[in-house]
Design a protein around this ligand. Structure first.
Ligand code: ADP
Ligand code: MG
Length: 496
């Protein structure tokens, strides 16, 4: 976390900034732009595939040739409804596409088709798991709109180039209520939204590829005040870290102004990541500046109850419900459950492992050893070097006493190299645990014989030496002795 001038997070996860005995709080509302997972664009059949050569995925509609008419992509509508249901939101049976008029080189139509007064999805909510408990963030609305093209300034020194591949790609704008109170909550909120949409398959949430960006609205007020202060909107921030930096820097800027007795202008600002400061872009335009009006080429959207019901019946189990089930059914702690459901790949992996193996061990191995390896190698769980199948085999070898937990770590290290079958490793390396009481007794006898002086010391009251004997017996067994058995037999021999 980047802290600047007296900012700190209190136990309610609120970010407070102190100035001369005064306490300011930060109010944040996000407008998240999430690219709809869809092979084709919102009003044309061009591909949305990321990374194509510039201007190779542009139809006449996307390039706004005269006379071309938009044709709504039904799949995108269904994706928006699905997302609305995932946000526990009201689905509006009637919504309208409007033209939002403005001029820019990357917007060939001269307007963006969006939804203004009548969005497809109304109020909903997202639940955040914060350290002090759950917090509900209100969703104001979700509407569909087209993305613009991209202006490229850094290829030709004398000209700006335009790539229209993104032009017309479907976006969902998800507008939160001004309910967020800290950079930490913003972090958890974005991750939760992303997780819900990935479970649903409605947005891949890939921030590097620009599938998820946000306009960040920030205002400040003295703690305890009930009215909101004037907000500024920071446009198009494309990473959580930058959102957090922008919020802190913008809040401090606003407080500085207030402390100087100045007013805050409602503005649209840009975040300069190198200088860690926001810069004025333009004074905030009002909605009437855009001359919104219903797009005459598109009929109002009417959604039947039947379609809503059909989509509802296809909704998979979402993170909140999955978490509850993991806690109730598998006795996981809320903390463990939160980690395991946080993304769909992790929860799928976990469920695959526990199909045939112990839940408690699976939880510990996934959140412990496996996550450590993924972290170290900077891999997603979908790229895990150890498959769910082989991890569950390893867990079963521990559970049935074939190997100890300690040996299992050695086996695991080798499994990473090419997802090897743990049973084969155990056999080839002769790592099977020694659980035959006779064999253990024999090697303990040896240890006692070889250390008669220590035995005498132990018997005269030096209890601490017990650990030494365990260590010696383990060594004698080349690490393969069953630890419980070694303990038991040693106790009988030394204390008997
Ligand atoms: P616009 O489309 O003009 O940006 P909206 O009414 O859609 O305006 O609101 C945009 C965002 O601003 C919402 O996410 C909302 O929560 C947030 N917001 C509104 N008032 C404030 C405020 N005083 N401080 C911080 N955020 C705010
Ligand atoms: Mg806005």
């Amino acid at each position: 976390m980047i802290f600047q001038t007296g900012g700190y997070v209190n136990k309610n996860s609120e970010y407070l900034i102190e100035r001369e005995n005064k306490q300011y709080e930060v109010i944040i509302g996000l407008e998240v732009h999430a690219q709809v997972t869809s092979e084709s664009k919102l009003f044309s059949q061009s591909s949305t595939k990321f990374g194509a050569e510039p201007n190779t995925q542009v139809s006449l509609v996307d390039a706004a040739f005269p006379g071309m008419l938009p044709v709504i992509n039904e799949f995108c509508i269904e994706q928006a409804i699905k997302t609305g249901i995932g946000l526990k939101a009201k689905i509006n049976k009637k919504s309208v596409f409007d033209r939002k008029n403005y001029f820019y080189a990357d917007l060939p139509q001269g307007y963006q088709i969006s939804q203004y007064k009548y969005p497809i999805v109304g109020e909903g909510k997202v639940i955040l798991d914060m350290p002090n408990g759950q917090k509900e963030i209100g969703i104001e609305r979700l509407h569909l709109e087209q993305d613009a093209g991209k202006s490229i300034h850094d290829i030709d020194p004398n000209n700006t180039l335009v790539d229209l591949n993104r032009s017309g790609v479907a976006l969902m704008e998800i507008v939160s209520k001004p309910d967020l109170r800290s950079p930490d909550e913003v972090n958890v909120y974005i991750k939760k939204l992303r997780s819900i949409m990935r479970y649903l398959g409605t947005c891949d949430g890939n921030m590097q590829e620009g599938s998820l960006r946000a306009d960040v609205n920030v205002s400040v007020r003295l703690k305890g005040e009930t009215e909101f202060g004037t907000r500024c909107e920071i446009k198009n921030v494309n990473s959580i870290k930058f959102m957090q930096m922008a919020i802190i820097s913008e809040a401090n800027r606003q407080i500085d102004l207030l402390e100087e007795g100045k007013d805050i202008d409602q503005e649209t600002r840009l975040f300069d990541t190198k200088r860690n400061e926001t810069r004025s872009m333009r004074s905030k335009e009002d909605a009437h500046d855009y001359r919104y009006f219903p797009d005459p080429d598109l009929l109002p959207l009417e959604i039947s109850q039947e379609l809503i019901e059909k989509i509802k019946s296809d909704i998979p189990e979402l993170p909140d419900e999955k978490k509850k089930r993991f806690i109730d059914k598998f006795n996981l702690s809320p903390y463990e459950a939160t980690i395991l459901v946080s993304d769909i790949e992790t929860s799928n992996f976990f469920e695959e492992v526990i199909k045939n193996s112990d839940v408690k061990l699976a939880t510990n191995w996934i959140t412990g050893e496996l996550f450590a390896v993924l972290n170290e190698k900077n891999l997603e769980i979908s790229q895990s070097p150890v498959s769910a199948k082989n991890l569950s085999k390893l867990i079963n070898l521990i559970k049935d006493g074939t190997i100890s937990g300690k040996i299992a770590k050695t086996v695991f290290e080798q499994m990473i190299d090419g997802d090897q079958d743990p049973l084969i490793i155990v056999k080839e390396k002769g790592l099977k645990q020694e659980s035959d009481p006779k064999a253990i007794e024999e090697l303990i006898n040896k240890v006692i014989e070889n250390n008669s002086d220590k035995v005498a010391e132990y018997k005269s009251g030096k209890d601490k030496l017990f650990g030494f004997f365990v260590g010696q017996a383990m060594k004698e067994s080349k690490g393969k002795g069953n630890p419980q058995l070694i303990n038991k037999i040693l106790k009988e021999k030394l204390n008997g």
